[in-house]
Ligand binder design. Structure first.
Ligand code: NI
Length: 139
């Protein structure tokens, strides 16, 4: 696999859950608090972000309805961490181009995320799993 210098840091870990409040109870018990969240129309899920000092940011994702893509993850694995989101310092299109050369497949096209104030996309690689890329929008 080639080098990906445009990937600069981990933004958050995505955790699939059926009931975000019940999963949140664990994170709250270790010092996390909710910072932002709500319905994400691009992914058709509820997404809630939790932060705690010295801990990685956690995104809890729960299905909105039976068509939510997260249902597949829950059916296969139950409640589980399932994606890492990386911040990039290039355009999301350039990053996708580079990573496709290493057999990453786009599973969700670039779309705006209100919660993250940027554009995100999802890629899958059989040896890596699901990777989310985040390009902050210039303001
Ligand atoms: Ni995410």
């Amino acid at each position: 696999m080639k080098a990906y210098p445009f990937i600069t840091k981990v933004n958050h870990i995505g955790v699939a859950t059926k009931n975000y409040q019940e999963t949140a109870a664990f994170y709250e018990s270790v010092g996390y608090h909710e910072v932002v969240g709500g319905y994400d129309p691009n992914q058709n899920v509820y997404g809630y972000f939790y932060e705690a000092a010295g801990m990685p940011t956690i995104e809890l994702l729960a299905p909105y309805d039976e068509k939510s893509p997260i249902n597949k993850i829950l059916e296969k694995n139950g409640v589980t961490p399932y994606h890492l989101c990386y911040e990039i310092n290039c355009s999301i299109e350039d990053a996708i181009k580079e990573m496709k050369g290493d057999r990453f497949m786009v599973i969700a096209k670039p779309a705006h995320s209100d919660n993250l104030k940027g554009r995100v996309c999802f890629l899958f690689h059989k040896d890596v799993g699901i990777v989310e890329l985040l390009e902050y929008e210039k303001v």
